[in-house]
Design a protein around this ligand. Structure first.
Ligand SMILES: Cc1ncc(COP(=O)(O)O)c(C=O)c1O
Length: 453
């Protein structure tokens, strides 16, 4: 039986609708089925199916694992070793002269990235730079964009942001002489809810409009998988006279972003999750076009941010490159960047729009399969805390385990599912479009339903 997409799209919604006003997308109208044959049909009609073979899939008892942790560490492209080997060869052959004579000269290695990464984050090429690590970039960008005054000094952020973000915010406000409790306003989910309502974010910005300096959110929350409405939050922040920035660790390479059009002031992300660019891989940063040439912005400077034409005159007095590159401190970590390039070339080949479309189908299927399993239980064991609305999530699905959570998680791992456990009782899973299949989703559902009986 062949389930071509056109046929699938015709069917009625089987997915819960929380918001009667919203438009349902084509995927949400899809009539999914929780059978192996259905999953395999979706795979055989998937025009991106060949991309799975470009990655090493970790093995369990001689078979592919169900690798659902691309939201934590993306898999290794098989081409990564060749990309890194190229740089090792050039280092062996040229020594320091590799800065000029390597196949990809190291002096300008980072210039490879703006044409590739700008498409993934929705930016102009001059607005993006690949450098450092995520938390380092968050600090560097806050040096430029968190400029508290006596009157305007508050930061509005999501409650329970990823710990590194919390510590970055805490240390930034302390650095400027404020106490966390006074300067940081956290927006939390309402009592009994798991995700943060947009209206509550907007009301908090409005209520603090005379004192807020910066609105800083994760694009996708690491715990719940909630995708925030970055455009509306940015508009509200600007209306209040504040700067707006995002940590896109869980959004870059996962969901469609339009940082330039949304007028976001700054953003940064890591490359080791959805961007598959090696453990601790190099990070990226976005600075909106209207700020990039603003020399009055404070920044912590280094020689790699200096105007290229005169950088090697080694003169006193920092003159920044008038693009996002002007925020660079150090010369390019070429081996880590080679891994990044290997992965971004695969994104380029697949086409990011197509990946986002497949990611929505995969994640929609996972929601469907889990809801089916729940419907067959007399006692509810899994509560999905990720929004069911497609526009409010990416690939990740967070399952709040109401009973035996850790036991079920350990058993999943024993049966070849690589998922991720977050205290106190959440299992996060993320089927990613480059290398996960619909069959992976079905297998996961089949294993979990065997475990909860
Ligand atoms: C949302 C978020 N922020 C910050 C970090 C820390 O990143 P890094 O260790 O690359 O600085 C992570 C890491 O997973 C993250 O998920």
């Amino acid at each position: 039986m062949v389930f071509c997409r056109v046929v699938i799209f015709r069917s009625n919604s089987t997915i819960q609708q929380n918001n009667p006003k919203r438009q349902t997308s084509n995927n949400e109208k899809m009539n999914y089925q929780n059978t192996l044959a259905f999953a395999q049909d979706l795979d055989s009609n998937d025009e991106l199916k060949s991309f799975r073979s470009k990655f090493f899939i970790p093995q369990h008892e001689g078979k592919d694992t169900v690798y659902f942790t691309g939201n934590s560490l993306g898999l290794q492209p098989k081409s990564t070793a060749t990309y890194i080997q190229q740089e090792l060869n050039d280092w062996a052959q040229y020594g320091v002269e590799g800065h000029f004579h390597a196949k990809n000269p190291w002096l300008s290695y980072h210039e490879i990235f703006p044409p590739l990464i700008s498409k993934i984050v929705g930016a102009l090429e001059e607005e993006v730079v690949v450098m450092n690590q995520l938390t380092v970039n968050l600090h560097l960008l806050m040096v430029s964009f968190y400029k508290p005054t006596k009157q305007r000094y508050k930061i509005i952020c999501e409650a329970k942001a990823f710990p590194s973000d919390q510590y970055a915010l805490e240390s930034q406000v302390k650095f400027h002489g404020y106490a966390y409790e006074d300067a940081v306003v956290e927006v939390a989910p309402r009592e009994g809810e798991h995700t943060i309502r947009l209206e509550d974010i907007l009301e908090t910005i409005e209520a603090n409009k005379d004192s807020v300096a910066l609105v800083m959110f994760g694009g996708v929350n690491y715990y719940t998988g909630q995708l925030f409405d970055m455009k509306t939050i940015t508009e509200a922040a600007h209306k209040a006279g504040a700067i707006c920035g995002f940590d896109l660790a869980h959004a870059a390479g996962n969901v469609e972003l339009k940082l330039h059009d949304w007028e976001v002031d700054f953003a940064c992300w890591c490359s080791y999750k959805y961007l598959n660019s090696s453990p601790g891989g190099v990070s990226g940063a976005f600075i909106h076009q209207r700020h990039i040439a603003d020399e009055s912005l404070q920044r912590f400077a280094g020689w790699w941010g200096y105007k290229k034409a005169t950088r090697f005159k080694m003169d006193r007095g920092f003159e920044p490159i008038p693009t996002a590159e002007g925020w660079q401190l150090s010369n390019a970590p070429v081996l880590s960047m080679a891994a990044h390039k290997a992965s971004l070339d695969i994104f380029e080949e697949a086409g990011f729009d197509k990946l986002v479309a497949k990611g929505k189908l995969l994640s929609g299927y996972l929601h469907f399969v889990l809801n089916e399993i729940n419907n067959h239980q007399t006692e509810k064991i899994i509560e999905i805390i990720t929004p069911t609305i497609e526009a409010e999530r990416g690939c990740q699905v967070s399952m709040l385990m109401l009973k035996d959570g850790k036991k079920i998680f350990d058993e999943l791992m024993k049966q070849g599912v690589i998922a991720d456990w977050r205290e106190p009782n959440v299992i996060r899973v993320a089927p990613v479009p480059l290398y996960n299949s619909f069959e992976d989703v079905w297998r996961f559902g089949n294993i979990i339903s065997g475990l909860i009986g």
